[in-house]
Design a binder for this molecule. Sequence first.
Ligand code: SF4
Ligand code: SF4
Ligand code: SF4
Length: 596
Amino acid sequence: MKNVNLTINGKAVAVPEGTTILEAAKKIGIHIPTLCYLENVHKYGGCRICVVEVKGAKALVASCMVAASEGMKVETNSERVRKARKLNCELLLSDHPQDCLSCSRSGSCELQTLANSLGLDRARFKGERSPDFIDISPSVTRDAAKCILCRRCVSVCNNIQKVGILNAQNRGFRTIIAPAGGAPLSEVNCTYCGQCVNVCPVNALRETDALAPVWRALADPKKRVVVQTAPAVRVALGEEFGLPAGTPVTGKMASALRALRFDDIFDTNIAADLTIMEEGTELLHRAKAALTEGKAALPMVTSCSPGWVKFVEHEFPDLLGNVSTCKSPHMMLGALAKSYYAQKLGADPGDMFVVSVMPCTAKKFEVTRPEMQANGIRDVDAVLTTRELARMIREAGIDFVNLPDEDFDSPLGISTGAADIFGVTGGVMEAALRTVYELVTGRELPFDGLHVQPICSFDQVRDASIRFEDVLPEYKFLEGFTLNIAVTSGFAGARRLMEEVRGGRSKYHFIEVMGCPGGCIVGGGQPRSADPMVREKRRAGLFSEDERKDLRKSHKSPVAEALYKEFLGSPCGHKSHELLHTHYTERGTFNELIKK
Ligand code: SF4
Ligand code: SF4
Ligand code: SF4
């Protein structure tokens, strides 16, 4: 590609044709402030914070939108530019509540940081304000008064997730970002993935707050408050306290939860191991039925991601039979806490309060599903995101970084490495294969370091084939069978794979889907990060947790073994079905919902 030569603030730079001024400046270390722009996600030029002066141009130009050209002379920090940026920021603030003191985004808000860095010390303009409007869904809260119309959420929901819920409605000053017709999120086909929440620069999109009921339960002497933490939380929580992305803080997290006075600190990983036992068994049952009787819903698709499950319920209700009936791991652990553990304690499940700390906003909705309760008692009472747990830790004045490492509690605290990798795309599939292959053949999965390399990337869809040979006698039906697997994360890839299944064109027998692009490590409740390598770093953190363990296969988990022996019986047996499996509900497509 041809290069163009230009100068920025008197410094020469050569960049490939098509490079924006913003990108060219970045290349030579010149920082241009931005607000609506988000690298690789959203380019809109609406906020005009990134304006620069180009010699010969009448007006200032938005550097995120204009390509560098041969001989261009750019000034990024002239008085005219600085004044314009300040004015554009002041205009945004003139239609903003400015209640930073009581705003949960204070300290991590991009508008607040920008106003501060531009030296704004007062709000000069007072004019008409957009109306206040709060839409509280079980997972995501939209606070319209705080929206600065940057449209990052629109790009993520439409172009990356391809769900298309959020769009600009109305025109001019009446413009809002909302589902069609201004409908609440709970009345449309929103998956509650929270990817829009992760990119919102202000507090206009946030997780629906669960701190109050958790603090209340902790203060109630009659409640036994059990907490569990998902795999992805342990490699992201540290970022909220200034630690590098991907740093595993499992021990500090357990310590912090104890300091917060939770009664029992359990690891969702235990239930990830159980998921593999249940889902692996379910796959073998389905494969047997398909190979010996010619009937069974294949491919089987994973069910640990509640955003993904809701997506299928709306968009592919005809394929619900393909989705594994396993509950997601934290729901399994909640059900066990209020049955197996309650029984051990001699406690009334109604006096227990189970809190899940999750990387995910969709899990806040999942716990409200009627099928996730027994005898009118919910399996899980509240879901906190990783960000919310960090808020609790700060509120309690805990010095997180200097906490000693502590362990989870027994009996639901020891898990295998297979469970750790559940937090990253491809992890559930790899964990399942480690177990299924060994159960069927008696040999270890034949991949370096037990990692299934063809599916260890962030490409939208990856696949692999595993051939079963020299199988154990009870699995004779699988002799010579080649299992075709696929892995995807984010709804764009999932839609593609499910369209193939619907059209009878799928060659796969087992598909892993996670709702967030990259998996739970970048779930809608994880710390927001400006680090472009954050996914890779968090994945490396989870892999290191897996690799440091002696036990790396779910079927070798002593806790799972004891649970089946003492309480559950066998995988996919009667008791497991009652506690660890569920069913799904057809929810209607967008067009069907909007007609109601
Ligand atoms: S969103 Fe940001 S600027 Fe607005 S009130 Fe909250 S912290 Fe302040
Ligand atoms: S939660 Fe997900 S599906 Fe819903 S509006 Fe946000 S990005 Fe779209
Ligand atoms: S809700 Fe947030 S991300 Fe969406 S347009 Fe408003 S400020 Fe931007």
